[in-house]
Design a protein around this ligand. Sequence first.
Ligand code: AMP
Ligand code: FE
Ligand code: FE
Ligand code: ZN
Length: 294
Amino acid sequence: MTDYVMPTQPPREGWDLHCHTVFSDGTRTPRQLLEEARDRGLHGVAIADHDTTAGWEQAMHAAEELHFPLMRGTEITAQCGCVSVHMLAYLYDPNNRQISELFEKTRRARVARTKKMVELLSKDYPITWQSVLEQVKEGSRTTIGRPHIADALVAAGVYKDRSEAFAHAVRTGSKYYIPTPSPSASEVVNAVKDAGGVSVVAHAADPSRNLTLLSDAQIEELAGEGLGGLEVWHRGNPESERARLLELAERYDLLVTGGSDWHGAGKPNELGENLTDDATVREIVRRGAISLCD
Ligand code: AMP
Ligand code: FE
Ligand code: FE
Ligand code: ZN
C-alpha cells in the first residue's frame, strides 16, 4: 500500500467508474457517455460493459477527440457460493488469454440462457428471439441479457418501460427466469490479476439483487486472493451496509470506489450520481497494466 487514504464519505467530485453503453445493456454509445460526462463536469469515466471489451475502441477514439479522460473496464458476471456477484475490472490487458476466454464463455452462456428465457416467455407474451435481437444495438458485439428481453416486451406494448418489465416477467425469481452460468468470483479475481488489472466488487451489498449478501468471510477470502476494492458508493448499497463495507475495506486494505451504474435511458440512475475520488483513481492507475486515455 502506498500513501492511499481511504475515503469515508461519498466524494462530491471525481470519476464515475461504473457506466454501460450499447455494447451491453446501456442505451447510449461510448461517445455519448463521454460527452455527457464532460457536460456534467466529471473528472473522467470508466466504460464497464458486461463481460466484454467491445466498446473500448470507440470509447478510446471519443476520449482522444474530446480530450476527456477514460478508464477502460468491464463488469464481469460471477457467482460466490449462492450469491450472484458482479465484479468490476479495470485497466487489465485485454489481450490476456485467460480473461478473454472467460468473457467468451460467459457471452456464449448468456446467448443460450437468454434464448431459453425467450422460448418460455413467448408462450405467454408476444415476443420472439427475432424481436429480442431487434433491440440489440451492436449485433453480436453486444453482450445480450434480460434488458434486451425487457425492451422487446416494451416494444410489444406489454410494459411501459424496462423497469416495469424487471418488476414482472423478467425479474429474478419469475417463472421465466434462468440464471447465467458464471465463473466463480475467485476465478474472476485471479483472471483479472493475471491480466494485470484491478478487481472491485460492484454494488457490493445490494439487497435487491440477492436474498443473502456477500459475508465478511467471503470478502476476506476474495481479498486474500487479490481483490482490489469494494464499490461502496452505489445507490443499491443501504447506509448500514456501507458502514460494514468501509470497515472491511479498512481491515483488508481494499480500495473504496463509487459509480452510478448508468445505463442511459435503460435505468433511472443518473450519470455521476456516485463517484470515485481522484486519489483512488490514481491508485487504480498505478496498479493497472494499461493507462488512461484522453
Ligand atoms: P442479466 O445479466 O441478463 O441477468 O440482466 C441483469 C441486468 O439487467 C443487470 O446488469 C442490470 O443492469 C439490468 N437491470 C436489472 N434491473 C433492472 C431494472 N429494474 N431496470 C433496468 N435494468 C435492470
Ligand atoms: Fe446492466
Ligand atoms: Fe451490476
Ligand atoms: Zn452495472
